[in-house]
Ligand binder design. Sequence first.
Ligand code: XMP
Length: 326
Amino acid sequence: MQDNVRPETMERITTEALANAFIEEQLAALQAQIGDKKVLLALSGGVDSSVVAALLIKAIGKNLVCVHVNHGLLRKGEPEQVVEVFRNQMDANLVYVDAVDRFLDKLAGVAEPEKKRKIIGAEFIRVFEEEARKQEGIDFLAQGTIYPDIIESDGVKAHHNVGGLPEDLQFELVEPLKFLYKDEVRVVGKALGLPDSMVYRQPFPGPGLGVRCLGAITRDRLEAVRESDAILREEFAKNGLAGKVWQYFTAVPDFKSVGVKDGKRTFAYPVIIRAVNTKDAMTATVENVPFELLQHITQRITSEVENVNRVLYDLTPKPSGTIEWE
Ligand code: XMP
């Protein structure tokens, strides 16, 4: 059997009982592999890294060191949820790194999408490396690699791997989810007691809100993306769309338009809403969101979010648009 091929005998994990069997098996395997040594994990709060963390906390407790880097590009409430779930509820050894200013300073004035991605990726590795150096006696690096990451090696989720660490930090890898498909990871996460808001989360790009604050990132537009995204998610959840639509988010472009509020002229940013369905992210169709709901969301965003005076709904399928705007 090759190391990176899912064993043919492996049953698809569809129930809590099968998840529990997988968890028991993995706990034994992880304890045998790791013993009383220490493991480092970059914990973003996404489904995969969260499930790896929960599994390793069960297997080795405080010998797992989770590093959560807040780069300022996460959705509203996410860094707080990571601290609440892992440090407060699961009693994990969690290092929280507030790197917001550092990332935003590096990104200042950079408008080109691929340059922004490179800066975010490189800075992430730098911050993670610094934290890794502060830790004593780490032997292993855990990663939330899942089976689609292995099959589609240039897939959309290369951010899973903290590749690019220097030679002296090349730890032995621990990848307990590497044969699981996404739906199985969710079943395992649920069985491990993670909250639904973490387990059933929609896909979120590695560079986060950085590619939804279009052009050169500014703090005012970044806040407008974060706040409008939170309103969109709240309204989709309330109206039964959260579990139905594959991916939905807002983007804020770097231009202003004229509007009017309380009888006064405004000059502010538009918010673009995108809601799409897809199987593999290669093509996508636009969700037919009820017009009344769009009007209600527009009303909320224009009255609750600062520096915003218009809301647009993106009607473009993929192709010709991509799912993200950058
Ligand atoms: P596009 O915009 O290419 O997006 O149609 C397809 C899927 O990939 C996600 N995406 C990313 N994920 N790093 C990521 O981890 C990225 O740089 C990135 N860019 C796009 C996007 O959210 C969608 O699910």
